[in-house]
Ligand binder design. Structure first.
Ligand SMILES: [Fe+2]
Ligand SMILES: [Fe+2]
Length: 237
């Protein structure tokens, strides 16, 4: 980045505030903190498990699923709000979007070549980037949402964030845009494909055919819904 470190206004980190100070149960800030703690636990458990421990694969799968659905919901719901309410929102969200892209690229590499001897090295680098992303969010981005939104709005944003998170892609897709509407249009149909892959083994011809059929169905449903909305809007003009 040019021009030296950015001069950010100093607000208290959300990591040091009580649930009530963060908007109470359901607030997007508490939901963020819950996921960050879970990611931290999964990373620590993966690092503590030995190289040949069978639990490592499950820990890795849970980590990948959470990291992608969490980041997709941030990019779709939270960062557009932050860009509207914080004067330095554009610069801060660009910074975390770059972190998300770097994590996405590393995880795609790890998933593509399961036998590469550098796999553990890539995973540890991805963990380092995720920890950096969590620090940026808890110390810089999320305190700005706390300052700009009252408790009721923090809870409303929390409900929308959670809904998008539950329908989000759960695997790396390097071609997906990091900003709406591109990320949502591409991401929601892909999420059907990912969730089916999570449920069944697609490394078989039958599984692959079923997954592709679901992806086609999901994109068809998304396109039909979009076309209907557009037609309705045109009709009401
Ligand atoms: Fe986050
Ligand atoms: Fe993030």
């Amino acid at each position: 980045m040019s021009g030296g470190p950015p001069q950010h206004i100093s607000l208290p980190s959300i990591s040091r505030q009580s649930p009530a100070e963060l908007g109470g149960p359901g607030s997007v800030l508490l939901r963020q903190r819950r996921d960050h703690a879970e990611l931290d636990g999964l990373m620590n458990a993966w690092l503590a498990a030995g190289a040949d421990a069978p639990s490592r694969d499950r820990l890795w799968r849970d980590f990948v699923r959470l990291v992608f659905s969490h980041a997709f919901a941030e990019e779709t719901v939270l960062w557009p709000v932050l860009r509207r309410v914080a004067p330095d929102g554009e610069e801060l969200t660009r910074r975390v979007e770059e972190e998300h892209q770097a994590v996405n690229d590393l995880l795609a590499r790890v998933e593509a070549d399961k036998g590469d001897p550098r796999r553990a090295e890539w995973i540890e680098e991805a963990f380092r980037l995720v920890r950096e992303d969590i620090r940026d969010e808890e110390d810089l981005l999320l305190p700005r949402l706390r300052a700009a939104l009252d408790d009721r709005r923090l809870r409303r944003v929390g409900a929308v964030w959670e809904a998008v998170r539950l329908a989000a892609p759960t695997r790396p897709h390097p071609a997906v845009s990091r900003r709406p509407p591109g990320n949502a249009l591409a991401g929601v149909p892909l999420s059907g494909f990912d969730r089916l892959r999570d449920l069944i083994a697609v490394d078989s011809p039958t599984g692959r055919r079923a997954a592709l059929a679901l992806a086609a169905l999901a994109s068809g449903v998304a396109v039909t819904a979009w076309a209907r909305r557009t037609a309705r809007r045109r009709g009401s003009r």
